[in-house]
Ligand binder design. Structure first.
Ligand code: NAP
Length: 278
């Protein structure tokens, strides 16, 4: 059985590939720039929106992990997957596809477009909807915290449910390799709802030094927008967090049902990544 993991360099994709290799599966990993690969993974070049060579990449593939790519159609790739008789596709998506403040705006529309393509392909598939990735804390906060001991956050009392990407990867690896938990939607969350302020407290504790929160207005948050994030995306994220102030985030038992262990906590993630914050 060969499993194709697209995005083998991605935070989640690399973990999916590694977990599959560790479990003894044959894994083909793709990237648009496949110069290296996780240990034990056969590297191949693939752009999901430019599927030249897709037939070769899909040769002998039984199941495939897909990223929700932006800015192009994945129809031709899915048609090649159908012809290659791929038995099941696991698509990473986002609750932005259905959440009230997001589903009809940029983040939701991007994810829904890929979901629709997968659905219309006729391929058997499972869509994963992970909650707020704990890695966002490193992406959005670590540099400020490391350099100044402070972090600017709009709506710090907004609640999210941070999920450890190892849990997402474990679920993906399970669904790629056995039918038990395959279903249209798997809503994956961390173990508990926590405010952004609460997460900063955890980070302060595990790094052993205080972290001050500068509460940002919407305008200040937009002024500080990182270059890589489109303004329309930040606008949505600010609306989502504004609506989540004091509102507990969804908690599901899906990670535990699939993996047999409870979701990892944000504290566990923070302990493993504390060096990024000090
Ligand atoms: P990541 O590390 O940024 O990796 C993204 C991967 O997508 C890369 O490996 C990239 O591969 C691949 N990719 C992008 N465009 C592609 C294309 N045209 N063809 C083939 N591969 C392509 O992402 P991550 O951290 O693992 O996952 C982030 C994703 O999770 C978000 O984009 C979102 O969809 C979803 N999500 C995020 C959150 C959140 O809280 N942030 C919550 C729920 C869901 P190459 O560049 O190597 O080709």
């Amino acid at each position: 059985m060969t499993i194709l993991v697209t995005g083998m360099h991605g935070s989640i994709g690399s973990r999916v590939a590694t977990k599959l290799v560790e479990a003894g599966h044959r894994v083909r990993g793709s990237s648009r720039t496949p110069s290296s690969a996780p240990a034990g993974v056969e590297p191949v070049r693939l752009d999901l929106t430019e599927p030249r060579g897709a037939a070769e990449v899909l040769d002998g593939v039984e199941t495939a992990f897909l990223y929700p790519v932006r800015g192009g159609s994945v129809d031709a790739f899915l048609e090649a997957a159908r012809k290659a008789e791929v038995q099941h596709v696991v698509l990473l998506s986002s609750p932005a596809s259905y959440e009230v403040h997001e589903h009809d705006r940029i983040i939701g529309l991007v994810h829904r477009a890929v979901e629709r393509a997968v659905q219309e392909s006729g391929l058997s598939h499972t869509v994963l909807y992970p909650s707020w990735l704990a890695t966002n804390a490193r992406r959005d906060w670590s540099e400020q915290i490391r350099t100044s001991g402070r972090v600017g956050i709009a709506h710090p009392d907004a609640q999210v449910n941070p999920i450890h990407i190892d849990d997402v990867a474990e679920v993906a690896a399970d669904v790629l390799t056995r039918p038990t938990h395959r279903s249209r939607m798997l809503v994956l969350t961390g173990r508990e709802s926590v405010s952004q302020r609460g997460m900063v407290d955890v980070l302060a504790e595990v790094r052993g030094a205080p972290i001050a929160i500068d509460e940002l207005t919407r305008e200040q948050a937009l002024e500080r927008r990182p270059e890589w994030m489109p303004e329309a995306v930040l606008e949505v994220l600010l609306d989502v967090t504004a609506a989540a102030v004091g509102v507990p985030a969804t908690v599901t038992n899906m990670v535990e049902r699939v993996t047999g262990h409870p979701s990892r906590t944000f504290r566990e993630w923070a302990i493993a990544h504390r060096d990024a914050f000090r």
